[in-house]
Write a protein that binds this ligand. Structure first.
Ligand SMILES: Cc1cc2nc3c(=O)[nH]c(=O)nc-3n(C[C@H](O)[C@H](O)[C@H](O)COP(=O)(O)O)c2cc1C
Length: 184
């Protein structure tokens, strides 16, 4: 597929909103419209070699889904479709939402499960993000002192979202483009 695929899980719509902002920043020549992962078939998903994937944090920082208290299916229900699938041709940038004031002990922790799901199947994960500018006690989504993807907090820091998105999209866009060129 010659475009970037953007997929998100959501329960109350915030991750959708952020996915749409990412889509606007990339433009429709580079990316396809963001899609809820609970309305996506594995075939549709797997046609992309360059992907941007987003998740909110729910439960005890698990992969969100019906079993973690979500009202709708989410990444947890999609994950089994990837069992045993080789994702080594995929280049993937991740983003996660959380609420650092209320969930300071597990801020944006679901993001690490999205990371493990795709990294574990061979995908190349890009787009790490500094923890500077956030205030929390613990997040599982940190490897080597950086978040494994962009972290957005629409509850405590909505005023920083657009700036963070612009900076992160500028970082991941050139890293995703070679995956499109390979697929073309
Ligand atoms: C029941 C519940 C549990 C949550 N658990 C966490 C959590 O463990 N860590 C975190 O950072 N945010 C947590 N949040 C905050 C959400 O991840 C955050 O509000 C996110 O923006 C929601 O995204 P959505 O609207 O796409 O579902 C929780 C929110 C709710 C309502």
């Amino acid at each position: 597929m010659s475009k970037i695929g953007i997929f998100f899980g959501t329960d109350t719509g915030t991750t959708r909103l952020v996915a749409k902002k990412i889509y606007s920043l990339l433009g429709d020549e580079l990316a396809d419209k963001p899609k809820n992962i609970n309305r996506t078939t594995p075939t549709e998903f797997l046609q992309y070699d360059a992907l941007i994937l987003g998740t909110p944090s729910y439960g005890l920082g698990e992969l969100p889904g019906l079993a973690t208290g979500c009202q709708e299916a989410n990444w947890l229900e999609f994950a089994p479709y990837l069992d045993g699938v080789d994702l080594s041709t995929k280049r993937i940038a991740l983003f996660g939402l959380g609420h650092q004031e209320r969930y300071a002990d597990r801020f944006a922790s679901s993001l690490i499960h999205l990371y493990r799901l795709f990294y574990g199947n061979g995908a190349q994960i890009i787009g790490r993000w500094s923890t500077a500018g956030y205030q929390f006690q613990h997040s599982a989504a940190i490897i080597d002192n950086e978040f494994v993807g962009l972290v957005i907090d629409q509850r405590s820091q909505p005023f920083l979202t657009d700036e963070r998105l612009q900076s992160w999209v500028a970082q991941v866009k050139p890293a995703l483009l070679p995956a499109l060129a390979q697929a073309a």
